[in-house]
Design a binder for this molecule. Sequence first.
Ligand SMILES: [Zn+2]
Length: 405
Amino acid sequence: MSDRISDTANKPLWNFDYQPRTRIVFGVNVVERAGALASEIGAKKLLLVTDPGIVAAGHAARVRGVLESAGLEVTFYDKARENPTTECVNLCVAVAKAAGIDTIVGLGGGSAMDTAKGCNFLLTNGGRVQDYWGVGKATKPMLPLIAIPTTAGTGSECQSAALIVDEETHQKMACLDPKAAARIAILDPTLTLSQPPRVTACTGIDALAHALETAVTKKRNPLSAMFSRESFRLCVSAFPEVLLAPKNLEARGRMLLGAALAGLAIENSMLGAAHAAANPLTAHFGVVHGQAVGVMLPAVIRFNAADPDCCRAYAELAAAGDATCANDGDANTCEELAARIDALLSLAQMPRSLGECGVERNAVTNLAEEAARQWTATFNPRTVTKEDFAKLYEETFKRRPVPVS
Ligand SMILES: [Zn+2]
């Protein structure tokens, strides 16, 4: 007897092992419950990890006030920064140690949450960040983490990974451990209204990329596919809305939930070639993560769509989002999907070629070698060699005509 079963559409129902780890509290102004929620899990002394932009937007003071009015002691660390490095984490750990905290709150975008998670590893398990690069390296229990995102993008609030850059090698290290996952994620769309247009664009396209990449990876399964589809459905319609009307709270809410669901999809399915190709662009040319992933997406979709199973999975995603005409044949649907992403990049005024990102053409060989070594490349549905990555980069150097949306 086969160890694989199929659903009614004769699609394989691939094996999975899903353990929900994060309580998700969603709604307008639910951040007001942060103190009560922290108390429920026994918090007394908290470290609030955030960044200067979130302080300036007033969110840090709001959350601090909510926590303190519940009788909790709050130590403040507001020096998280984009693509946090090992040094950033060490600074945060020193503050946490001095304060003798029992709970960590990560407030901000992916960077604040990554810093909070990185700090948690070192505070509870000792050593240096490099010791936790990989999967399940922490041996001792970790402190409870409460994640409060202020951007709709990374989905870090629903993942057990901390992404920290090695200060010396510029290597982005993914430290994954179930113990690092947030105990509670508080999703309050009012906190996302303050995102500057560039942040809305970069994080939004990243969330869409997460939905698209998780939908097709080698690790995808019925559960991750469900998260990918729902995430894509929410984000593909809400993204243009938040670009055109940044104060639209309902659209902001759909983006925030969509990004969190994409985070759950990543937790169960990992990522693919667009992320593998993006990391070296960030490391060597300082291209912002969302821009780097977004610019690579159309070429990666076209590359993966050559695989019929993968093409089908993209077509199902497109149908979920009503992004294209689903009766048009899978190959056409995939082409329309790639064009749709291109049109969204254009609408978001994001770069649509590597030249526009400031990437030098003579770097392609090195970039391709590095991309092929990225861990996420191993989950891409089609095998991607360094020659394939070089072609994907070359393809992305071409300036395409502005799409009609
Ligand atoms: Zn991403």
